[in-house]
Design a protein around this ligand. Structure first.
Ligand SMILES: [Zn+2]
Length: 219
């Protein structure tokens, strides 16, 4: 049973003088909410990741169009790729930096992801005759050895144990992508265009728009 203690200011001051700090009810509520938000974001990332890979064939059919349409290309998909290395831990798919004193977080965007998947490092041949795309990798920065997993958008086959590429090649592509996102956002700050109204789009919205278009084209 939870015990609620009402503490007046006089008692509060006494306790502070005695340096007896306890977590107040408001603080503990705040911490609980923060914890819940972390969990909700995690679940959301998982759901979006599944949605992205379930619709990878659709996305790949519209690859060029997505890359040249800013409202599609700028969709945040930091949850898509997973990478990790011995000694260095998870590879960050987001970067926090300061733009003109304002803390900003950028993540791998859909446009960047399609660019990464355009490189030979992130492509493998699937037994069905189509191209599969690497979505997880691990390895050692010291030896350069790596092991990766891919998914084929055509037959949905998952390919495991891809060991033929240097670990650094995977990491470099992600870092280059984040470097350009950071450069672009910094530039937008300098030119004063950052935060100006731009039509935003979600992964969910883009997928339904693309599906609808394909449906109409078949009519
Ligand atoms: Zn396949």
């Amino acid at each position: 049973m939870a015990v609620k203690i009402q503490e007046g200011f006089a008692l509060f001051s006494k306790r502070m003088d005695a340096k007896a700090f306890i977590e107040g009810e408001d603080e503990s509520l705040d911490n609980m909410e923060s914890q819940k938000m972390v969990e909700i974001n995690k679940e959301r990332d998982e759901r979006k990741r599944k949605l992205l890979f379930d619709n990878l064939d659709l996305i790949m059919r519209h690859r060029d169009e997505i890359m040249k349409t800013p409202r599609y290309a700028k969709i945040d998909v930091h949850y898509a790729l997973r990478g990790g290395g011995a000694y260095i831990g998870p590879i960050a798919m987001q970067r926090r930096f300061s733009a003109a004193g304002v803390p900003v977080t950028v993540g791998v965007t859909l446009g960047s992801l399609l660019g990464i998947w355009g490189s030979a490092t992130y492509k493998v041949d699937c037994s069905c005759g189509n191209t599969a795309y690497i979505r997880s990798f691990g390895g050692s920065p010291l030896t350069g050895m790596s092991v990766a997993g891919a998914i084929c958008p055509h037959c949905k086959n998952e390919i495991h144990g891809i060991r033929s590429r240097p670990f650094g090649d995977y990491v470099r592509q992600v870092q280059n992508a984040l470097d350009s996102e950071v450069a672009e956002v910094s530039q937008a700050f300098i030119s004063g265009t950052f935060g100006k109204v731009r039509e935003l789009c979600s992964l969910e919205k883009m997928i339904s728009e693309l599906k609808l278009r394909e449906y109409r084209e078949k009519q």
